[in-house]
Design a protein around this ligand. Sequence first.
Ligand code: CTP
Length: 399
Amino acid sequence: MANTFLKGKRILLGITGSIAAYKAAFLTRLLVKSGAEVRIVMTGSAKDFITPLTLSTLSKQAILTDVSTGEAWNNHVEIGLWADVMVIAPCTANTLAKLANGLCDNMVSATYLSARCPVFIAPAMDVDMWHHPSTQSNINKLKSYGNEIIPVGVGELASGLEGEGRMAEPEDIVTFLSNHFIQKQDFGGKEILVTAGPTFEALDPVRFIGNHSSGKMGVSIAEELAERGAKVHLVLGPSKLTPAHPNIELTRIMSAEEMYQAAVGIFPNCHAAIMAAAVADYRPKDFSDVKIKKKEGDLFIELARTKDIAANLGQSKKNGQILVGFALETNNELENAKRKLKKKNFDFIVLNSLRDKGAGFKSDTNKITILRKDNIIRKFELKSKKEVAKDIANEILDI
Ligand code: CTP
């Protein structure tokens, strides 16, 4: 029963002006029956083939047909960001060309450009239009943007000609979308420790020494592993994030010492540990129970080294346990990362450089290089932290 995978999913359906638009009503019905939330945007010419009233009745949502109603602006940005996936079905040759080239003159093309989610396109056109090099070049362009093309069917076409170009049947489109949501459980039965976020080292009851880590990278890794079936022990420093996956057991800590205690307790039962936390290397040597009062002159704070959690796990690591470290560098990146890889007995280290735009603590993206202890080096493009988490999970499977 593939359809159960669509339950609760937010599906944005774009409809354009093809005779196959009538099938969008069946598609909407199937998606709603599968438990998905469906919102619909359509072009002006799509309305010649199917009415917004039919579609709003089936989806139980207002249909957006124009970027502006004259009095109000329809928010294509909001709806584009809302969606888990966008599917454009049917997609005419005209709309394909617009999407491939960034044209933006109606609600469907505007929403397409605003959507950050995966986009599925179900083309519909006559056989010769489909085979035209111009259409095929647009299809290839859209694939290069990461869009998925739902294969066209073969058969009798509205023109009376026979051949390729029919829109895929609504049932097939539903199966295609369901497959997207079926998550491989390739970490099933594995237990993994992830450290994430900053640590705060208290000076007194109101002050601390900390860093700018948001915890996004480590939390994305924990979520990726959990979605793929692992039981994840996430030891998280003071971060605003709260991961909610049922496979994640969350331990919240403040200081490096607390993170150390939690991690050494958990690691012996784990298959792997990923040290994504930005742990403070120093803490104030003395903690004042009462708020430190200001005085004349400067204040000197003596700092003491914290325990190196990763190095400790690296020493106690048993055969078969995998240990992954991070290195955030500003200069001599490869050299520093190689040194840390060896020193802490990591199986691989994930290097990111603050010199790369879009990499670092607060951004939603990261650009990494993986250095393995067997000297394999892999460089990755700038990607969302979610995609980076996939690459790191895949590397663990690879070794
Ligand atoms: N790490 C740790 N415990 C610490 C310090 C670091 O577990 N007390 C881990 C980090 O989570 C990361 C790796 O070790 O995986 C980073 O190594 P480290 O040499 O500490 O890097 P930096 O903190 O950047 O240190 P340096 O000042 O040497 O650049």
